[in-house]
Design a protein around this ligand. Structure first.
Ligand code: AMP
Ligand code: MG
Length: 425
């Protein structure tokens, strides 16, 4: 028989009101200390990792002035009018530069990416010339300097190419490769322990009896963590007892962060807060967000602790709104400002003032006027509402019901999560 849970000792808001979401997010992110462990990785393994050292260019890119066109290179002073004829002195191909000198009245055949020989200051594209074998007629003389990419146009030697804290996307990998970086120093991936709590939960690979449910949250959390590039440590299903929780907490305490689902409310079988207060610290535990009001943030050993509510939609929403930015920071990155914009809602939206609401919704860009509409079933137990959605409609805490046609704030699921480091120009 579970004993009644007590209200935890540390209450940051004296009147016990849930904390506004923005404030909770700021407090959480501010409390996170990025992990300092780093590792060297070959560039080929560095995608989606966070750069731990600022990278400076030790070469120019491109290293030499080169042609941006297939055509002919010449000195502008030798071509004063359209129709001028220049003698062909040789060729410059990418990887095979012209090694002779250019005399007055001469030109070279030059390919895209080929080094511009000494004496050449202009390239005319092949389409504007007539090739007559020994000589070339330039039918349209371009402006001096045309079609030449100067050395260092992309990156100049000595320049900061990428700041520490940069989350490495495909383009970043290509930029690092362009300056001959074969290995990078990145932050180690944060180790995030996670488990589900609930006597009713069963693993997905077995049968369930009446009153039991499959532990879907643990799989959802594992996927969210994997998506973020975290190293998840799955501690399984933990029963609703102090002893079981204490054992799981002891295992979890050596991770960089701990994320749990369920048992964080005020029910008679909710022990997460009590056990956290006893073995760690509770910073705050209620946030004015719907779904997801009960949420414990604190510390367990060296790990930051996130006790998320058990209703599957609440688990997902609180993870996305509060845990994900924290883990981005823990990983050495910078959480981006949420990507938000306004669209008219096609459906009327129910809302009572009090908590910031995250309605699961779908974007519609098919017609002339983009719009958004809420998924029919908005219960916090209806996980299909998350699966069917591609965005949140975010209604501010003070907002009341919204009529169809009104503009609402939309936050797409596929958004910029990793911002740029603060010292990135
Ligand atoms: P709790 O936060 O523990 O009070 O749980 C709230 C609701 O979420 C209950 O209906 C639970 O059965 C359900 N729930 C809790 N944990 C999970 C889980 N891991 N997977 C699916 N549903 C869960
Ligand atoms: Mg429970």
């Amino acid at each position: 028989m579970p004993e009644p849970s007590q209200t935890p000792a540390s209450q940051p808001t004296p009147d016990n009101r849930p904390m506004p979401l923005a404030q909770a997010r700021a407090r959480i992110v501010d409390a996170i200390v990025p992990i300092t462990r780093t590792q060297r990785l070959p560039l080929a393994e560095a995608l989606h990792r966070v750069l731990a050292r600022t990278v400076t260019a030790c070469i120019d890119v491109p290293g030499s002035a080169n042609s941006s066109m297939d055509g002919f290179g010449f000195a502008a002073r030798d071509a004063s009018a359209d129709g001028v004829r220049l003698r062909l002195a040789g060729e410059s191909f990418a990887g095979h530069p012209f090694d002779g000198g250019l005399q007055a009245g001469e030109c070279v055949r030059i390919m895209t990416g080929a080094v511009v020989p000494a004496g050449v200051d202009t390239v005319v594209m092949q389409e504007n010339t007539r090739d007559e074998g020994e000589s070339v007629i330039i039918s349209q003389v371009p402006e001096k300097g045309s079609n030449i990419r100067p050395a260092g146009e992309d990156i100049a030697r000595g320049q900061i190419v990428m700041a520490a804290g940069q989350y490495l996307r495909p383009a970043d990998i290509a930029v690092l490769a362009s300056i001959g970086i074969a290995e990078v120093t990145v932050h180690e991936r944060p180790r995030v322990a996670f488990f589900s709590t609930g006597d009713e939960l069963r693993p997905v690979d077995g049968p369930i009896a009446p009153g039991e449910i499959y532990d879907s949250n643990r799989h959802g959390l594992a996927a969210l963590l994997a998506d973020l590039g975290m190293e998840g440590i799955d501690l399984g299903i933990v029963g609703d007892s102090r002893e079981a929780l204490e054992a799981a907490f002891a295992q979890a305490a050596s991770a960089d962060a701990v994320v749990t689902s369920g048992g964080v409310s005020v029910g008679a079988a909710d022990f997460v807060l009590d056990v956290l207060a006893q073995h760690g610290t509770v910073d705050f535990w209620r946030v004015a967000i719907k779904p997801g009001k009960p949420l414990a943030f604190g510390r367990l050993g060296d790990a930051r602790f996130f006790g998320l509510p058990g209703n599957p939609v609440s688990t997902a929403v609180t993870f996305l709104q509060l845990v994900r930015p924290a883990l981005v920071r823990l990983a050495g990155g910078t959480p981006a400002h949420p990507t938000r914009f306004k669209l008219p809602t096609r459906t009327e939206l129910d809302k009572r003032p009090g908590r910031e609401n995250f309605l699961r919704a779908r974007l519609d860009f098919s017609g002339d006027t983009p719009s958004v509409h809420a998924i029919d079933h908005q219960g916090s137990g209806v996980m299909r509402s998350m699966s069917a959605a591609d965005c949140f409609i975010v209604l501010p805490a003070a907002s009341e019901a919204v009529a169809a046609g009104e503009y609402v704030t939309v936050e797409p699921f596929a958004q910029t999560i990793w911002g740029r480091p603060p010292d990135d120009a």
